[in-house]
Design a protein around this ligand. Structure first.
Ligand code: SF4
Ligand code: SF4
Length: 360
């Protein structure tokens, strides 16, 4: 494993970190502590020293799944707190659930817009983070948002030591952020390196992928990101041991691809997924009519798994599971989300098609 400095925190973090989004028993009731422990143990054995989680992911579960590995991991967690009181409450709650005396990095989470950031700032969320730092409850402050303009505003306040950003071979808007992270020496963590699971063949059991899927590899997706030296660590989710074995197989990763090679990776992706495909950036969310009950990017991802990868049974099963668990609402076609998509995806049409193929 290679390690990079995480901005002004001066922590040396593994270039591949453990994405905690895959360990959420609220969304994945079949997941056991043992399975999660197996994944974490493999990652730690491979040299990973960073794990990301969040108040919304079930920190108690992650704490148990880390087991003895906890001592070897820097923990990043986060809360959607909207004011100082909530932030302090959430940090204390995280300390208890994670079973630690101090959390390495605590982040503001799911900041939806510049206005939302301004409101939370006014309501003392950042003040709460600083107070927690002063009290020794957290070592470093951070922020996570899907939107680059929010993160740029956040960098300008110089209140944050770390930022988590969506960046991958399909979604490169984050490159606008790097001049600010460099200026303020902020450590960069990358989330969703596989573009919500569409940039690498997920290798579904008992189903054969469509021809051509072999060019969609985790290694290519990670190479693209890690060739950018602004990035300190990529948080990769692994649901099962075999995923972890592939994701942490770092021997195949070239660290300094020239721009021409990086471009070849994006060209390969386009040759398989087409010019216009949903990148999972979530700029279109939340749905103006139904909020989280219509997870636009998750549905469009299932459409890609069905149509492009050919994992028809799997995609349909996932859709019906989500429908039962989350009660997905049908899109009304209001069109309010479309102008928010930076990639010009005709969301209404795409969703209609997705419902059609995934629900029969
Ligand atoms: S077009 Fe559909 S998905 Fe988009 S905001 Fe309207 S209801 Fe939601
Ligand atoms: S539809 Fe567009 S905005 Fe929404 S997740 Fe996909 S690429 Fe992003």
């Amino acid at each position: 494993m290679k390690y990079r400095r995480l901005g002004r925190t001066s922590l040396k973090v593994s270039v591949i970190g453990i994405g905690g989004g895959s360990f959420n028993p609220n969304k994945d009731p079949n997941l056991t502590i043992e399975e999660a422990n197996e994944v974490i143990s493999h990652a730690v054995k491979s040299g990973a020293n960073l794990i990301d989680t969040g108040k919304e992911y079930d920190e108690k579960f992650i704490s148990k799944a880390m087991g003895k590995n906890k001592e070897r991991l820097h923990i990043v967690t986060k809360s959607e707190a909207r004011n100082k009181k909530e932030m302090i409450r959430d940090i204390k709650d995280s300390l208890k659930k994670l079973g630690v005396g101090c959390i390495d990095i605590y982040q503001m989470h799911m900041v939806q817009s510049v206005e939302d950031f301004g409101d939370r700032l006014k309501n003392g969320v950042v003040e709460g983070l600083h107070e927690a730092k002063k009290n020794g409850w957290v070592n470093f402050t951070g922020i996570f948002s899907h939107r680059i303009e929010v993160l740029i505003e956040a960098m300008k306040t110089n209140d944050f030591d770390v930022v988590t950003v969506l960046y991958n071979a399909g979604h490169t808007l984050a490159e606008k952020l790097f001049k600010y992270t460099k200026k303020y020496d902020v450590g960069v963590l990358v989330a969703a390196p596989l573009g919500n699971g569409i940039l690498a063949d997920p290798k579904v059991e008992e189903e054969r992928p469509n021809p051509g899927a072999e060019i969609m590899t985790v290694q290519n997706a990670l190479k693209f990101i890690l060739s950018n030296n602004n990035v300190s660590s990529v948080l990769v989710g692994s649901r099962r041991l075999e995923h972890a074995e592939e994701n942490f197989d770092i021997d195949k990763i070239e660290w300094n691809l020239p721009e021409t090679e990086r471009r070849k990776i994006t060209e390969k992706i386009k040759s398989f997924l087409g010019e216009k495909f949903c990148r999972g950036c979530r700029y279109c969310e939340p749905c103006a009519e139904f909020g989280g009950s219509l997870p636009i990017s998750d549905i469009l991802k299932l459409k890609i798994l069905y149509e492009k990868y050919g994992y028809k049974k799997f995609a349909k099963w996932q859709f019906s599971f989500k429908q039962k668990a989350q009660g997905i609402k049908p899109c009304t076609g209001c069109g309010k989300c479309e102008p928010r998509c930076p990639y010009g995806i005709p969301i209404v049409k795409e969703l209609q098609k997705a419902y059609e193929i995934l629900s029969d």
